[in-house]
Design a protein around this ligand. Structure first.
Ligand SMILES: Cc1cc2nc3c(=O)[nH]c(=O)nc-3n(C[C@H](O)[C@H](O)[C@H](O)COP(=O)(O)OP(=O)(O)OC[C@H]3O[C@@H](n4cnc5c(N)ncnc54)[C@H](O)[C@@H]3O)c2cc1C
Length: 511
C-alpha cells in the first residue's frame, strides 16, 4: 500500500484551501504541502460566486461598525460579536493581499473600487469582478498556488476519512481514494479541512456537484463537534428550470441594482413581510417566497428587471444576462422565473478564532467551518471574506507554532479496502434523499422517512462500502441528512457561551 507523507495536508482547493497554501508557502517555502481535491483545482463553490466580497473601503460613506451591525442583525443575534469584529476589521488587508496575489476587481471612473449594494447591507460595500467574482478569485488563487513547486496537488483524489490516532486522539492526515480506486493515507501532523458546503443534500441548489458535505461528515464520524447543521441558507432567487442541477443563481446584487421580485399577478409581494422589500436579508426573502408559492400553488415567482436601463443591466451583469438569454428568458424584455435553492451552510465544524477544531492537528476553514461569523443566517458576500480571514489565521497560527516533527503511525487499513462490495443504486437514492430534504425544509414532509432512508443506507454501507466516489458521497449525504434533522428537530442554535466552552476545551486539548 502506498503511503504519502507531508508537513501539511489540505483537503479542498477553493478559496480557503488555496489561500491557506499560498500564505504558508510565501512565509515558509520549506514546507511540504499536499493538497487533495476531488475534482479539478478550480471546481468548487468559489468559482461560482457572483456578487463579491464585503469589505469596508469607503470610509466616508461606510465604517466597520456598520458592517459589524449588519452581520449581527442578519445572524439573528447568534453570530459571535468578537469574531465578527475581527473578520470585518481584517477585511481590507485580506482583500489587498488577494489583489497582490493577482486578483482584479472592478473600479469606478475615479479608479476607486466599484462597490455594490446587496441585501442586508446598509451601504454599498461589495467588491466584485463584474458578476463573476468567484471566477476571478479561483483563477488568481490557483495561478498563484501553482507557482510553488513544493505544493503537490492531487486532483481527482477523494478524501474518505480522517486519520485519527493515539490515546489522546490527534489528527494525523487522511485517507484518500485515487482516481484508480486505490485508498491510501497521507500522513501529516497538520490537516486543514476546506471541503466547502453541502448544497447537494437538496434537489434544488446553487452548489456544484462536489458540494456533498464530505469534510463535515468525516468530522462527525471522528466525533469532532459540528454545530448548527440545520442553519442552511436558501438563496431566494435561483433560475427556475425544473430538473436542472445545479441551479443558476440570479445574484442578490441584481436586487441591489433595482430588480423587483414579483408574483404571477405582477405584485411586489415582499413588502408584506418586510419594509425593505427586495433588500431584506436572504432568509426573510426566501421565507416570503415559499409562503407565496404555497398560497398560490405556483412553482416559481419572477425577477423583473424590465424597468431598468438594459445597457446598464448588461454591463453590470453580463454573465447573468447571457445565461438567462440562453435559457430563453431575456431579462431586459421578460420576467425571469425564480425559486429558492439551497445555497450556503452556515453551520459546520466548530473552530476557534485560529481555525482550530477541537481535535489537535486538525483545522477547518471556509464553508465547512463554523467560526461564529454567521449565526442563523449569513449576510451576503461575507463567506469569501470569512474563508480568507480564517485561512490566514490558521496559517499564522501554524507558522508561529511549528507542527510536530514526528510522523504519526501508519494507520490500519480501513474496511473499504478489504471488501469487494457490490455497487448500489446510488443515483436513485441520492435523488430520493435530495427531494425529501427539500420537502422537509419547505415544511411539507416530516423527518421520519428521511431518517429511515438514511439510516438503512448507512447500515448497508457498514456491511459493504464500495470504493467509488458516488457511494462515498452518498454515505456522506446520509450522515449529513441525519445531522441536519437532529439539529432541526431541536431547533436550537449553539450559543456564544457554549462556543466559549468549546474554545476552552480546544485550548486544553491542543496544549
Ligand atoms: C452560485 C454561488 C454564488 C455565491 N456567491 C457568493 C458571493 O458573491 N460572495 C460570497 O462571499 N460567497 C458566495 N458564495 C458562497 C461562497 O462561494 C462559498 O461559501 C465559498 O466559495 C466556499 O469556499 P470553500 O473554499 O470553503 O469551498 P469550495 O470553493 O466549495 O471548495 C471546496 C473544495 O473542497 C474539495 N472537496 C470537497 N470534498 C472533498 C473530498 N471528499 N476530497 C477531496 N476534496 C474535496 C472540492 O473539490 C473543492 O476543491 C456563493 C456560492 C455559490 C454556490
Amino acid at each position: 500500500m502506498k503511503v504519502q507523507y507531508a508537513d501539511i495536508l489540505i483537503i479542498g482547493s477553493g478559496i480557503a484551501g488555496l489561500s491557506f497554501a499560498i500564505k504558508l508557502l510565501r512565509e515558509n517555502p520549506e514546507l511540504r504541502i499536499v493538497m487533495a481535491t476531488k475534482g479539478e483545482v478550480e471546481e468548487g463553490s468559489t468559482r461560482y460566486a457572483q456578487g463579491g466580497i464585503a469589505v469596508v473601503l469607503d470610509q466616508l460613506r461606510d465604517n466597520f461598525e456598520s458592517h459589524i451591525q449588519d452581520t449581527l442583525a442578519a445572524s439573528g443575534g447568534f453570530a459571535d460579536p468578537q469574531i465578527v469584529e475581527m473578520v470585518v476589521r481584517q477585511a481590507p488587508e485580506r482583500l489587498h493581499e488577494l489583489e497582490e496575489w493577482g486578483a482584479h476587481f472592478d473600479k469606478n471612473r475615479k479608479g476607486k473600487p466599484d462597490l455594490a449594494l446587496e441585501g442586508g447591507h446598509s451601504v454599498p460595500r461589495v467588491v466584485h469582478a463584474r458578476d463573476s467574482t468567484g471566477k476571478e478569485v479561483a483563477r488568481s488563487l490557483s495561478a498563484a498556488a501553482l507557482r510553488f513547486p513544493q505544493l503537490e496537488i492531487l486532483s481527482h483524489h477523494f478524501a474518505i476519512d480522517l486519520h485519527i490516532y493515539g490515546d489522546t486522539p490527534r489528527c494525523g492526515g487522511a485517507w484518500l481514494l485515487s482516481p484508480q480506486g486505490d485508498a491510501f493515507p497521507v500522513i501529516a501532523p497538520i490537516t486543514l479541512l476546506a471541503t466547502g458546503g453541502c448544497g447537494q443534500l437538496f434537489s434544488a441548489t446553487t452548489n456544484p456537484l462536489i458540494a456533498t458535505g464530505d469534510g463535515v461528515a468525516a468530522a462527525i464520524r471522528a466525533h469532532i463537534p459540528v454545530l448548527d447543521l440545520h442553519t442552511l441558507q436558501f438563496h431566494p432567487t435561483a433560475l427556475y428550470l425544473p430538473g436542472k442541477q445545479p441551479s443558476f443563481l440570479l445574484t442578490e446584487a441584481l436586487r441591489g441594482f433595482g430588480a423587483y421580485v414579483v408574483n404571477h399577478d405582477q405584485e411586489r409581494f415582499l413588502f408584506a413581510t418586510d419594509p425593505r422589500g427586495e433588500l431584506a436579508t436572504r432568509d426573510i426573502v426566501t421565507r416570503a417566497i415559499w409562503k407565496e408559492l404555497s398560497a398560490s400553488g405556483a412553482d416559481n415567482v419572477f425577477i423583473d428587471a424590465r424597468h431598468l436601463d438594459p445597457k446598464a443591466l448588461e454591463k453590470a451583469f453580463p454573465t447573468v444576462v447571457a445565461y438567462c438569454r440562453l435559457a430563453g428568458f431575456d431579462p431586459t424584455r421578460v420576467r425571469v422565473p425564480v425559486a429558492p435553492a439551497a445555497h450556503y451552510q452556515c453551520g459546520g465544524i466548530y473552530t476557534d478564532a485560529h481555525g482550530r477544531t477541537i481535535m489537535p492537528g486538525l483545522f477547518a476553514a471556509g464553508e465547512c467551518a463554523s467560526t461564529g461569523m454567521h449565526g442563523r443566517n449569513r449576510l451576503a458576500s461575507n463567506s469569501l471574506l470569512e474563508a480568507l480571514v480564517f485561512a490566514h489565521r490558521a496559517a499564522k497560527y501554524i507558522l508561529s507554532h511549528p507542527p510536530l516533527l514526528q510522523a504519526p503511525s501508519i494507520p490500519k487499513s480501513p474496511l473499504y479496502m478489504e471488501s469487494g462490495a457490490p455497487p448500489i443504486a446510488t443515483i436513485r437514492i441520492r435523488k430520493q434523499l435530495q427531494q425529501m430534504m427539500t420537502n422537509f425544509y419547505m415544511g411539507i414532509l416530516d423527518a421520519t422517512e428521511i431518517i429511515a432512508l438514511a439510516s438503512t443506507q448507512l447500515h448497508e454501507f457498514e456491511m459493504h462500502l464500495p470504493n467509488d466516489v458516488a457511494s462515498l458521497e452518498l454515505r456522506n449525504l446520509c450522515v449529513l441528512a441525519l445531522g441536519v434533522i437532529e439539529n432541526a428537530e431541536s431547533g436550537e442554535i449553539f450559543t456564544n457561551e457554549k462556543r466559549r466552552e468549546l474554545a476552552l476545551h480546544t485550548e486544553k486539548f491542543w496544549n
